[in-house]
Design a protein around this ligand. Sequence first.
Ligand code: PSU
Ligand code: MN
Length: 302
Amino acid sequence: MEAYLSYSQEVMEAKEKGLPIVALESTIISHGMPYPQNVQTAREVEEIIRENGAVPATIAIIDGKIKIGLSDEELEMFGNAQGVAKASRRDLGYLLATKKLGATTVAATMICAELAGIELFVTGGIGGVHRGAETTMDVSADLEELAMTNVAVVCAGAKSILDIGLTLEYLETKGVPVIGYGTDMLPAFYTRDSEFNVNFRVDSPEQVANMMRAKWDLGLRGGAVIANPIPQEDAMETAFINEIIEKALAEAEEKGIAGKEVTPFMLGKVKELTEGKSLDANIALVKNNARIGAAIAVALNK
Ligand code: PSU
Ligand code: MN
């Protein structure tokens, strides 16, 4: 297994010294944001993690290896490359064997983080149960991964391009705790609130760390969703963003977008319809998550 893993210098040293490490995904870089904001954001997020006492490990599939931590050149190449495959659980073997570029989703990043011994992962939004999933069966592999892989995921909640209620039901069935960081309400990515409550509210990094430790000490497999609301000043107006999401969903349906294309299509469409405002919100919330995630990684490391 170690033959497939390739650590950056920084992450290797952090492992040797037993420093807290935060995993970061790469689908957000290749499919979630346009170049060059993607690379710039990735760099800034890494820097925020360092400033908050942890070591960032951006994960991607490059040249037949699972890279745990990217060099600056690799990040630049990856963020600007054409035809990078979106890599979830099912894609890992193929992409490694064919030495193609792969951008790890939440599911694949969790798998790679666990292989590398990293317990905490920061991202923007997780995949979930899509609206209309009762007929399309479009349920993100992220949810299954949360059920079985021991990595805690800090995100800004579930986006309302998804069916948030069904996503919560699925997570409940699979025994995945949904934790509100400083909130009782599940945040909906662009907005601080949704119509749904979280399972548990926690107000400090130590509480999150203690909860994860207790779960894992018991041998209970799986991760947790740690939902951290977007900062007030960066949040979008609920009615405005919902209207845009409805439009984007209608267009996706009309065009017959399906499978792994759905989420990237929706993100791109929402950005277009908000004239870039959704991208600004996305960048702000990821940075906010990086701050909290680093603090949780530090607490988990104690
Ligand atoms: N949500 C976002 N930005 C993203 C994604 C989701 O706001 O970039 C990406 C993540 O990598 C997530 C993936 O794991 O989309 C989910 O894709 P799917 O729904 O096809 O499982
Ligand atoms: Mn899907």
